[in-house]
Design a protein around this ligand. Structure first.
Ligand code: PRX
Length: 651
């Protein structure tokens, strides 16, 4: 647990370069002074209420901005609005129906241009189709789709009729999907035959079928045709999306929802094996993502084309592909596939083709592009870009500088945005027309947000390393963990009383800039994806040959952290490393496959039997071990170190 393991609170070293926004950028930015930060500091409730009123349409005004009964918060009490109305109808009513919502590009190169009018038409029909399947306000709907416009339609259709969606990333296994469906007791599953990835179809419907065998609450499965691959359809249960739409009535008025109506669940990893269903509601969440989208990206609807490379299966896709951008009437690029198909310059070719102005991606992707080389972006005209963003993990100064020089040509501010599934939207980030950035620092809390770094005992510190905490409620704050209010309190509010503890280490430098230092708990961050050590351990131990497993995240130059597993086999059994790696992929998904598995007759344990993960991390990262006298059997470690230097590799 955090605190017992301060080896992770390490200093990133000294980075003294500073980058003020250019005069050219400042000349046309939305905010070039401290007015927003000042307003947020003076009265954070008033700040968020002003934006809720200015950026959104409400069918009924709220009577109370915020009710804070620690750790439970409500925002805009008494207010009513509909998220899908705010993302679609009002833009069409304002005469922007012809405006492009998505320039979608499939991996094979097929394209679709979807306007706001088209998105509204399809959302209304699909909302009616869901109703025809018996979906009612308050029901939970699972979504398991590739990156296609139907993913946004499905989410918005749920919002339109007050059903909560739970999107599961298409890379997750049938088992992981079934667990999430069962936890939410979802009634309908929306999936596709398959999608394109690395030049091939990855089938989704067979995974969905395998999951639905174990999910008694699923009554209907809706299948979007995308891959064209053969799929089995079970009569009465399975329905083609296009057939449902063909039969659906064209209009479905957006129902006013209470501001605190559940909008979605999104499952994320915690420190125990069971993923948590993070709850987000309607009015506060939409206010948070609409406001941060507008100001952190300096979004100007008449000039910008926005591209966020995340998948809708993650919170970044929810907040900055679907809800934040659409609430702002943005035009976006949505891309289905991998960045290196058919070649390593696909991303840059798309920026050039669609004249993307704002680009939002993850450090792991930036490091990969660095590896592929500067000649790839150099093949394309990237002069449309005016702002670059980063999210998901700490960005190392080297990658930041490469991004700034090689992609932004020194012209584009970089916003390094820190936030979490739980925070709903961005929390710590530069404001691009205001903040002087430093490579690798997320800089300061956004207007209306308050954060402090505390020491082990919970005392506020103003300089040096400690734990990142949030000290006042914000509108996009999670409202709880689905079905488990106690776990919510315990996970986020117990470590430092009165404060939300995010699970991250952070440092404040001499200028008061925040530097995120990574997770301090048993959660790994692999390519920006949160994976719990316990989940991977449980998956390993579920294999019949495995007696015990310990998993750690070790520093990795490309993926941030890599999953390293130490496995003890049952007496007399042997198993190939690849078999175990594939087993984890089957249980959780390919993203959770350990990079390396070490087989060991014993795991290092304290005398009380606790596995010493810190020590295993030291071994994995080749560090000196220091004091091992608390170990029950110190010779175990010597043996592990010897094996680590043999450096096995991933297949
Ligand atoms: O450790 C932090 C890291 O990602 C975690 C949240 O993961 P998730 O809920 O999957 O959401 C990711 C997308 C918002 C955080 O606890 N993280 C996210 N952004 C940053 C970051 N670490 C450092 N710098 C960031 N900009």
């Amino acid at each position: 647990m955090a605190g017992s393991d301060d080896a992770t609170i390490q200093d990133l070293g000294h980075e003294s370069r500073k980058f003020p926004p250019s005069a050219e950028f400042v000349a046309t930015t939305l905010v070039a002074d401290s007015s927003l930060h000042d307003e947020g500091r003076r009265d954070y409730e008033g700040f968020w209420a002003r934006h809720a009123g200015e950026l959104l349409s409400w069918s009924k005004p709220w009577h109370t901005i915020c009710e804070w009964k620690l750790p439970f918060v409500k925002w805009f009490i008494g207010g009513e609005l509909n998220v899908s109305y705010n993302c679609l109808d009002r833009h069409v009513l304002a005469g922007h129906g012809h405006k492009v919502a998505f320039y979608w590009e499939g991996e094979p190169g097929d394209t679709r241009v979807v306007t706001y009018q088209e998105l509204l038409d399809e959302t209304q029909k699909f909302a009616n189709a869901l109703r025809s399947l018996g979906v009612q306000k308050g029901d939970r709907i699972n979504i398991y789709l590739p990156m296609i416009p139907e993913a946004a339609v499905a989410m918005l259709a749920c919002a339109r009729i007050g059903a909560a969606h739970s999107v599961v990333f298409g890379g997750f296994s049938a088992q992981a999907l079934a667990d999430r469906i069962n936890d939410a007791s979802a009634k309908v599953l929306i999936t596709a035959d398959g999608g394109w990835r690395r030049g091939e179809i990855f089938p989704l419907k067979p995974q969905a079928d395998a999951a639905v065998e174990y999910t008694p609450t699923i009554e209907h499965v809706v299948v979007v045709r995308r891959g064209g691959n053969e799929v089995a359809m079970q009569a009465g249960r399975d329905h083609w999306y296009h057939e449902l739409l063909a039969q659906a009535a064209p209009t479905c008025p957006a129902e006013p929802m209470d501001a605190e109506q559940l909008l979605f669940l999104l499952y994320t990893s915690g420190t125990t094996g069971k993923p948590k269903g993070i709850m987000h509601t309607t009015g506060g969440y939409l206010t948070h993502v609409a406001t941060t989208f507008k100001y952190a990206f300096d979004h100007q609807p008449d000039r910008d084309v926005f591209w966020c490379t995340a998948d809708v299966g993650w919170v970044t896709g929810h907040s900055y592909i679907v809800y934040g951008p659409l609430a702002n009437g943005a035009t976006q690029v949505m891309y289905e596939g991998v960045p290196n198909y058919p070649a390593n310059d696909r991303v840059w070719s798309l920026i050039d083709k669609y004249k993307v102005t704002i680009f939002y991606t993850a450090p792991t992707a930036i490091r990969t592009y660095m590896k592929w080389g500067a000649q790839e972006p150099a093949k394309h005209d990237l002069s449309s870009l005016r702002l670059l963003g980063s999210v998901g993990e700490p960005i190392n100064p080297e990658a930041w500088i490469w991004y700034q020089e090689t992609i932004g040509h020194g012209r584009c501010p970089i916003i390094d945005t820190w936030w979490q599934t739980e925070t709903g939207g961005m929390m710590i980030s530069p404001l691009p027309g205001v903040t002087i950035t430093k490579p690798g620092s997320a800089t300061h809390p956004l207007p209306g947000i308050a954060a402090e770094v505390v020491d082990e005992a919970g005392n506020t510190i103003t300089r040096g390393g400690g734990y990142l905490t949030l000290t006042q409620p914000w509108p996009g704050m999670l409202r709880g963990i689905w079905g488990d209010p106690e776990r919510y309190r315990e996970t986020y509010w117990s470590r430092f009383p009165g404060r939300y503890f995010a699970g991250d280490g952070a440092k404040l430098d001499e200028d008061g800039y925040l530097w995120l230092l990574g997770r301090v708990d048993d959660v790994m961050n692999v390519s920006g994806h949160r994976i719990s050590t316990t989940e991977v351990e449980s998956a390993l131990v579920s294999h019949p040959s495995v007696a015990e497993a310990a998993v750690v995240g070790a520093n990795d130059a490309t993926t941030g952290q890599a999953i390293i597993a130490y496995v003890t086999l049952r007496g007399g059994l042997s198993v190939d490393e690849k078999v175990l790696r594939d087993h984890v992929a089957k249980e959780i998904g390919a993203i959770a496959k350990p990079k390396t598995i070490y087989f060991t007759p014993d795991l290092p344990k304290t005398r009380s039997g606790k596995i010493m993960r810190r020590l295993l991390r030291d071994v994995a990262e080749g560090r000196n071990l220091g004091d091992t006298t608390t170990l029950a059997d110190a010779s175990v470690v010597t043996e592990l170190q010897r094996r680590a230097t043999d450096s096995p590799s991933e297949d």
